[in-house]
Design a protein. Sequence first.
Length: 405
Amino acid sequence: MAASDCRRIMLRVFLRENFVILSVLQLSFLLVSTFAQDIVVDDDGCRTPDRGVGTCTPIKQCAPMVQFLFNIPKPISQKNADFIRTYYCGYDRDSVKVCCPKNPIVVTDRDQPVTDNRIDPPDVTNHRNINLVNSDLCGPMNQFDRILNGNKTSLFDFPWMALLSYQIGRIRDFRCGGTLINSKYVLTAAHCVTNLGTKQLIGVRLGEHNIDTAQDCEDYQGRVICSPPVQDFAVAEILSHPDYNTREYTNDIGLIRLRGEANLEPENVKPICLPTIKPISQMDLSQINVTVTGWGVTERGTRSPDLLQVFLPVIDQETCKNTYKNSAVPITHKQACAGGKNQRDSCGGDSGGPMQIPAAYQGDARYFQVGIVSFGPKVCGREGFPGVYTRVAHYMDWILDNLKP
C-alpha cells in the first residue's frame, strides 16, 4: 500500500472512530447538548462570540479552533470550557460544529505581564520574491491525533526537517538542524553555517526520521507504513546574516542553497510555511505554546536517533530579559524565549531547528515556523532559564532578498 494511501487511511480512521483528541480535551461534554444529534446546521454564515463573521463548520476543520485547543493548558479549565462552548453552532452526523472565525482565537490572560513596546516585523506582502515561499504544499498538519502524545513523532509529521552534515577531521556527523522552505533552500541558524572552526558544512539531508535505520517504517494497526528514501544534497551556497554577532547570538539566522532541487512529491519532504502574513508575523507569541522538533542535534552531537517534538510555553519578553541580564546577553524584540519550566526546553530540538505553531492558511491548518533554535543555558532544561530563538518574522525581508529562483 502506498504511503500516501496509508496516511489518508490513518487520518480517516482517527476522525471517524471518535474524537480521540477532542475527547481528551473534554469537548464531548463541553459542546454536545442533549439534543445535539437532532441539529443539523448548514455551512452558512454565523456570528462568533465577539460578533465577528464566521462559518459553521465541523470542529476538526476549523484551523483557528484547532490552534486554540493546541495552545490552552490541559486539563481544560472551567473558564476555557465556558469559552469554547460559546462557539458551538450545531451538530452534523458525527461532528460537533463551531462558528469558525477567520482570524486566530486568542484569550488574554490578565495575570500575565503585558508590554506595549512591540516593534512590528517588516511587511513583505508585496515583496518581489514572495512567491518563492509558502506554496500550496507548505506546512501540512498530519497529526491531529497526536497533539497530546508527548515527544514521539510519526512518519510525515514534520516533513520539512533538515539535518546538516559536517566534516570534522575524518568524521562526518550531523551537528545542526534546519527547515526546508522551498525546493532549493534550507533555513537555519547563522552559528550553524559560519565561524565553524575545524568543522566544514558539507551536506544537507531531507526526509529523515530515524537516523540509525536505512528505511523508516512504522506499524499502524497491523499495517506497516514505510517512508520514501531520504534526499541528500551537497551545499551550493551559504548565507549568514551580515549583522550576526557571535558573542551575543543576535541576528542568528542563515540560509543554505542546495546543490540540486528537492523533490517535494514524497510525503516525507515538504516545505514549512513562513510568517509572511500579518496575523502570523505580528502574533503575540507570549500568549501561546509552541512546538520544537529535532533529534537533539547540537554542536556536540546527536542525542536521539528518532525525530522528537517538545511543547513549550513562550516566556514574555521582560521576564526573559531579566533572566539573561547577568550573562551580558541582550534579548531583543527579534528574539523569542520558550521553555525553562518543569525542566522543559529545546533539548529535544536542534541548533538551527524550528519553533513552529499551527495556524490557518488557505482554509487549512498548517505549521508556520516562527522561530529558530539559537541558544540557551549550558545545562539543558535548567529551571527558570528558557531557550532563546530567532524570530523569523523579523527577518522575512532578509530571507526573501536572498532567495533566487
